[in-house]
Design a protein around this ligand. Structure first.
Ligand code: HEC
Ligand code: HEC
Ligand code: HEC
Ligand code: HEC
Ligand code: HEC
Ligand code: HEC
Length: 359
């Protein structure tokens, strides 16, 4: 750019000198013959190709790359969910509103006053700016706000680290701190019909923690040992490559290709808790046992001590620890919503041992 301007300037200068010559020079004599051409010079050494400064950026920042991401996002529960209106309340804002979440991951705490007009989840809830542009050496950060290991809100002694971008999912998809996980001794008092882990215990199930490890015939797998945890991840199953915007990408709907990487003949359709018994059949059996023994109602809410009305502070359920544990496990497996897929062996142990405890 600068050179072009300079050349232009020189040309103007040169032509103005020509005019001066035309008007002021005396008449010239006859012109002589031109001399012979000189020999060609030696070729210069080829320069090294420069690195294309923006190609790697454009691969991700182009409109054509963004279109399927935007379209899949619009179909996702993150875009269509109705629970984000809860983001005004201080007990809910951390996971149910963009402002609360951003404060939580950036400052470690939400605004104690709450938020008047919480926004639903959008691109900038999860993304902000790159912490480095040296992707080759530092790894890619996808301009995510945070993918650090997460200290659970239900138990500050437990930290989950999936070692990658899936750590971002844990920040929200973990049980709330509403009720502690019931222990295994004595009686347990339940004072709310909503007893159980709040809606998103996916990260804890994948890890194999925070259900009640009620004793029984099936042993519990080690924490963090499930193959779906060690060989797959929230992001690998839920955000896979896809040419169909209704699955993978930012729809967060699992793709079948993410399963066939290991289940080469196609993923099994069900978690089998024992030969011939599916996870869903096991859940029905556990539900029926709790229902018949008047611990829960048909919708799965906890009944109070009277066995008729839902539990509350004036109608608490005081039950042996193993009953509270079985209710907790039933609610955990139900709220996880993966039909046991998130951690098949942990889900099997919890379900079979909980059923045994009530028989
Ligand atoms: C793997 C994908 C990817 C690559 C490669 C990438 N980015 Fe980004 N970048 C993102 C995402 C995702 C965001 C989040 C904001 C958005 O969606 O625009 C972002 C955000 C940004 C922002 C902040 C935008 C804002 O509005 O503040 C800048 C600046 C940026 N990128 C520059 C670059 C540059 C320069 C490069 C190349 C050296 C690059 N990015 C490479 C994915 C990428
Ligand atoms: C800011 C908190 C937050 C983060 C971060 C987050 N989620 Fe969510 N997610 C939610 C909430 C809240 C809902 C429920 C929305 C509704 O139905 O109102 C949800 C819904 C979903 C759903 C759809 C569930 C349904 O019932 O339709 C999937 C799947 C999901 N999230 C997976 C993920 C994965 C995988 C990650 C990590 C990449 C992630 N989420 C990160 C808060 C979050
Ligand atoms: C630690 C994060 C977190 C907190 C705090 C939290 N939620 Fe949620 N909530 C979630 C996630 C994640 C989901 C989506 C779970 C899923 O789809 O499986 C969800 C789902 C919901 C749903 C939809 C339930 C359904 O099954 O469709 C409602 C309603 C809801 N939350 C209300 C609340 C309220 C009210 C509060 C505050 C009292 C609150 N949440 C606090 C993470 C949280
Ligand atoms: C709930 C959190 C969340 C939201 C909301 C979200 N993203 Fe992402 N995004 C992620 C995560 C996690 C990754 C990293 C995926 C991986 O590790 O492969 C990612 C990756 C990306 C990438 C790079 C990967 C690729 O496929 O090229 C782009 C670009 C991107 N997001 C753009 C967007 C845009 C645009 C929006 C809004 C329409 C958006 N994201 C909304 C969590 C989110
Ligand atoms: C092995 C693959 C795999 C892994 C790993 C995985 N998921 Fe899932 N997830 C699934 C499948 C399969 C379902 C059931 C989908 C369905 O029924 O539509 C599911 C269901 C869900 C649901 C309920 C969706 C709905 O529509 O009701 C949420 C939310 C979710 N997963 C979040 C997560 C989070 C967060 C992580 C990481 C902590 C995770 N998943 C890890 C495969 C996986
Ligand atoms: C990293 C390899 C891997 C991936 C990816 C994977 N699985 Fe699995 N899956 C396994 C292994 C190994 C088992 C046996 C249980 C174990 O070791 O945890 C299993 C068990 C299961 C089971 C229980 C089967 C039974 O008989 O009880 C189901 C259902 C299942 N996977 C579904 C899926 C789905 C759906 C996906 C994709 C969304 C998926 N898997 C992705 C390796 C994988």
């Amino acid at each position: 750019m600068k050179n072009l301007k300079l050349i232009g300037f020189l040309m103007i200068l040169a032509s103005s000198l020509m005019f001066i010559q035309c008007t002021s020079d005396p008449i010239m004599g006859p012109v002589g013959f031109a001399g012979a051409d000189g020999t060609n010079g030696i070729d210069g050494v080829d320069g090294i190709d420069g690195v294309d400064g923006t190609a790697s950026c454009v691969a991700c920042h182009s409109n054509s790359h963004r279109t399927p991401i935007n379209e899949s996002f619009d179909l996702s529960g993150h875009a269509t969910g109705t629970s984000f209106a809860r983001g005004s309340s201080t007990s809910c804002a951390q996971c149910h509103g963009s402002e609360g979440y951003v404060d939580y991951v950036t400052n470690g705490a939400i605004n104690p006053e709450g938020y008047t007009n919480p926004s639903p989840i959008s691109c900038t809830t999860c993304h902000s700016s790159h912490s480095t542009f040296d992707f080759e050496n530092d790894g890619h950060d996808y301009a995510l706000r945070s993918f650090n290991p997460v200290t659970l809100v239900i138990d500050e002694a437990t930290v989950i680290d999936f070692g990658g971008t899936s750590n971002m999912c844990i920040t929200c998809h973990q049980p709330r701190n509403s009720y502690p996980v019931p222990g295994s001794t004595g009686d347990y008092t339940i004072t709310s019909f909503r007893f159980g882990p709040h809606h998103g215990p996916q990260a804890t199930l994948v890890e194999g923690v925070m259900a009640a490890n009620i004793s029984g015939t099936v042993g519990y797998p080690g924490v963090g040992t499930s193959t779906h945890r060690t060989g797959a991840s929230c992001v690998s199953c839920h955000m896979g490559e896809s040419s169909d915007v209704s699955e993978g990408l930012h729809s967060w709907s699992p793709t079948s290709q993410s399963c066939t990487a290991c289940h080469t003949n196609g993923a099994p359709s069900d978690v089998m808790i024992e030969t011939g018994k599916t996870f869903a059949q096991g859940m029905e059996e556990l539900h029926n046992l709790l229902f018949e023994q008047k611990y829960i109602d048909a919708s799965g809410y906890v009944l109070g001590g009277d066995g008729v009305n839902r539990a509350g502070t004036s109608n608490p359920l005081v039950a042996p620890a193993k009953v509270a544990q079985a209710i907790w496990n039933y609610k955990t497996l139900e709220e996880d919503k993966s039909q046991g897929v998130h951690n098949p062996n942990y889900a099997k142990a919890l379900l079979i041992n909980s059923i045994e405890a009530l028989k």
